[in-house]
Design a protein around this ligand. Structure first.
Ligand SMILES: Cc1cc2nc3c(=O)[nH]c(=O)nc-3n(C[C@H](O)[C@H](O)[C@H](O)COP(=O)(O)OP(=O)(O)OC[C@H]3O[C@@H](n4cnc5c(N)ncnc54)[C@H](O)[C@@H]3O)c2cc1C
Length: 338
């Protein structure tokens, strides 16, 4: 474990924003966390836990300690029809999905090609194409910074919601996830509820899809819709899809009959944030070095040399214009590091 000073984070965030960390340490074994935080100096220093940097916007240099989690290892246990997978927090999410798909373990295939690390996956309960992390989550092991102890969180403890968990709310900044255990199935139970998946399977003349087919179809859809961060810096969906009351929805749909919407339970409706943003004329707009992606207004991009502040300012402008037109306040999904 080596603590470095003044490290550029440009290659550690998928927005490709140039920002420096005052101190930077990479952790590859959980004991290193115990050692690091037993030092009172590091205990009291402001810190940022970093996985793949694919869900954060660095608005300025980070004047504290960046703790990059690189704890590796994947193993599996088959118990009857259930497969339990243990994965280190530093494993790449998509590497884990590929491991499961290649072993014919079912449950994660709809989450193919989501960037980032295993350790960050419970933080915002990642989700795509009708499946969320919580659907395959068994528990996670996390280091409590205040006490230096490890604790296991089960699904209930995590309080998962739409792009939410206890690690983003009540326990924000208090724990570092070091490993996650997943519960998958040894026999495929495919989730083809998303129209785009069944459509693409039909296009490929696949009538009896395998886990691998679904994974490949999801990956192909994602590649066609989302910019590759290695080419255009971005953090995926910048905003959450807003969940509003039925009453508010009735007013909006009366004026905008084409508003994309989905039932959200509890008398609420989820609107598509990308649609709202597009209606305000933002799709594909270039503003200085930043802008929104040409094929998906929900994705803010770095066209090259953008500062975090520029991207943040654009996101504020978008929030204001959606609020003015629809009376709906968009919430940022991306973690703002300022
Ligand atoms: C092109 C693109 C497409 C995307 N598509 C999706 C999608 O379909 N669905 C979806 O849900 N997300 C999507 N995302 C967002 C992102 O991939 C996920 O949120 C991912 O889980 C972030 O992982 P990360 O390791 O990069 O986290 P980071 O960006 O490094 O960190 C995110 C947050 O988690 C915290 N954190 C990270 N690791 C740990 C840890 N071990 N312990 C405690 N806290 C930690 C960080 O401090 C930060 O607050 C997309 C992003 C991109 C760039």
């Amino acid at each position: 474990m080596q603590i470095q000073e003044n490290v550029s984070l440009k290659n550690f965030n998928t927005f490709g924003i140039e920002a420096n960390a005052r101190y930077f340490v990479e952790i590859s074994q959980e004991e290193e966390l115990v050692k690091l935080f037993s030092n009172p100096d590091w205990h009291s220093t402001e810190r940022l836990v970093l996985g793949g940097g694919s869900n954060m916007l660095l608005v300025k240099d980070f004047d504290g300690l960046v703790v990059r989690i690189n704890i590796r290892g994947i193993s599996s246990r088959i118990i009857g029809d259930t497969v339990l997978i243990d994965a280190g927090a530093g494993e790449g999410w998509n590497d884990l999905v590929n491991y499961c798909v290649n072993h014919q373990f079912a449950g994660m295939e709809n989450l193919s090609l989501i960037p980032g690390s295993v350790g960050a996956s419970p933080i915002q309960n990642i989700g795509a194409y009708g499946v969320e992390l919580k659907d395959v989550f068994e528990n996670c092991r996390a280091f409590e910074i205040a006490t230096g102890e490890f604790k296991t969180f089960n699904k209930q403890d995590c309080q998962f919601g739409y792009r939410e968990s206890v690690f983003k709310s009540a326990l924000k900044g208090q724990y570092i996830i070091v490993a996650v255990t997943f519960r998958l199935s040894a026999t495929p139970k495919l989730n083809l509820s998303y129209g785009a998946i069944s459509q693409e399977l039909a296009n490929r003349n696949i009538s009896a899809p395998t886990i691998k087919d679904v994974s490949q179809v999801v990956a192909a859809i994602r590649v066609s819709k989302l910019p590759d961060p290695s080419t255009i810096g971005n953090s995926g969906s910048f905003f959450k899809n807003p969940v509003i009351s039925v009453e508010q929805f009735q007013k909006i749909i009366a004026q905008h009959p084409l508003a994309a919407n989905y039932p959200a339970g509890n008398g609420c409706v989820k609107l598509a944030a990308g649609w709202l943003i597009e209606q305000c004329g933002w799709k594909g707009k270039v503003v200085g070095n930043t802008g929104t992606y040409k094929n998906q207004a929900l994705v803010l991009v770095n066209h090259g040399g953008a500062t975090g502040q520029e991207v943040y300012n654009l996101s504020s402008q978008i929030i204001d214009s959606v609020y003015t037109k629809f009376g709906v306040k968009l919430e940022r999904e991306v973690n703002i590091i300022s």
